[in-house]
Write a protein that binds this ligand. Sequence first.
Ligand code: DHE
Length: 503
Amino acid sequence: MRLTFDWRPLTLLGVLGFASSAMAADNTDFTETQQLYEQHCTVCHGAQRIGGAGPALLPESLGRIKKAEASKAISEGRPASQMAAYKDILSPAQIENMVEYLYTPSENPPSWSDADTRNSHHILADLSTLATTPQHTSDPLNLFVVVEAGTHHVTVLDGDTFESIARFQSHFALHGGPKFSPDGRFVYFASRDGWVSKYDLNNLTMIAETRVGLNTRNLAVSNDGRWVLAGNYLPGNLVLLNASDLTLVKSIPTIGADGTSSRVSAVYTAPPRDSFVVALKDTKEAWELSYAGTPDFTPRRIIAQDFLDDFSFTPDYRYLLATSRKAHGGQVIDLDTGKSITDIPLPGMPHLGSGIYWKRNGEWVFATPNISKGLISVLDLKTWKLIKEIPTEGPGFFMRSHINSKYAWTDVFFGPNQEVVHLIDKQTLEIAHTLRPMPGKNAAHVEFTNDGSHLILSVWDTDGALIVYDAKTLKEVKRIPMNKPSGKYNVGNKIEFAEGTSH
Ligand code: DHE
């Protein structure tokens, strides 16, 4: 298997038709920097900065990385990769200019075609020769797939012993939840710079990879295990792959009924509907693509009241609860009738994609964190009315629970109280406990074991950790040092689309 980034400090191979202008929009002259890029970076990062063996270096794909971090990576190299240190090759001023250059949009926007996707496809293991049963002694339904954002690795963790059973390098900057085949054997990852990878949890080996675009949002796997659908920002489209080997079936440009070419905000599978549901970011539409029978993947257009960001479903998958970031609120769309039925009065910037639901007094409620305000909004899923706003110590990113847990866990991802995690009593809707897992460090994403007896929390720091808690006593059971662990995904919870976890 070869999934390592090959960021070698090789010298120039050739100018390779580098098309973008040497002048930025603000008239900064990048002529020298562009030559340095061609000399030192092109071989791994591509002539148009679209990536190759190394990641893409475009503003669209570097958006989550601070300029200071990029500067450090160029000066000092990156651990656990082949990115070399350039501090003895480039002057500090040249490094700073390089950072500015990488964060400047190209005047000739790079393109990614179906032919590029086909050419990027690699089979990394012959599935027909691999065992169909787990080649390890762990419970396959209680494995955790852990994304290590700091080192671009993935760890497969036994959910009973909390020991690692495999660890491998991923593509650069995985984002969104990895998604599983219906039997839990395969897991599919998407990286921000467009790589989709398929990994076999039975044999602990990578099976295939394909690059579907230059800036990808996330992917979904059909509930029959046949299809993978990835949603892209760049180019604005959906890319349909055969789940078996990640070969391209087709790409579908996301063009609204009014002709607007749109980025894709997010794509999810809706199992009871046998369909993928897609939110578009630049045109007021949601799309539903059926995968029942012999599908042709013609999108059914649902006209929305606003531009859509991330979204969640109601437990029966009839309604879609979508964030409208421009309107700073939410909207509910009935997927059966294709009508927007109501706005949800939510302050700040709710993060509905991270919302979870549970039963309270016999009725479904839905709770969502908010990435700009320190509160959790709890909604009644029958009336769409706000039941409560629970004040927290700051804006949060993720929520998690389990049907067997009394509590909904939520982080305080932003602001001075990042070290805090709140446990909300799911019946009283009061904060029952506030924990500080590693004082001074950012407590973040949580995921429960399949039986809900334990949970794992990420401390999102270079010197961070996974912390395992007993879900009832709230006692720490184990601490595993890790560099910026981000999401963790329990196979059983994911394939059951369990209450309390992300879908
Ligand atoms: Fe995410 C999931 C959108 C920034 C870490 N994030 C998602 C999903 C969406 C989304 C639509 C659901 C996809 C899925 O699971 O298939 N995220 C966005 C944004 O719009 C936002 C705010 C800005 C952006 O640049 O994309 C954003 N996200 C971040 C981060 O800064 C995080 C903290 C670090 C990172 O990796 O970039 C981050 N997002 C995550 C994680 C999940 C996620 C760990 C999966 C959560 C889960 O439990 O399933």
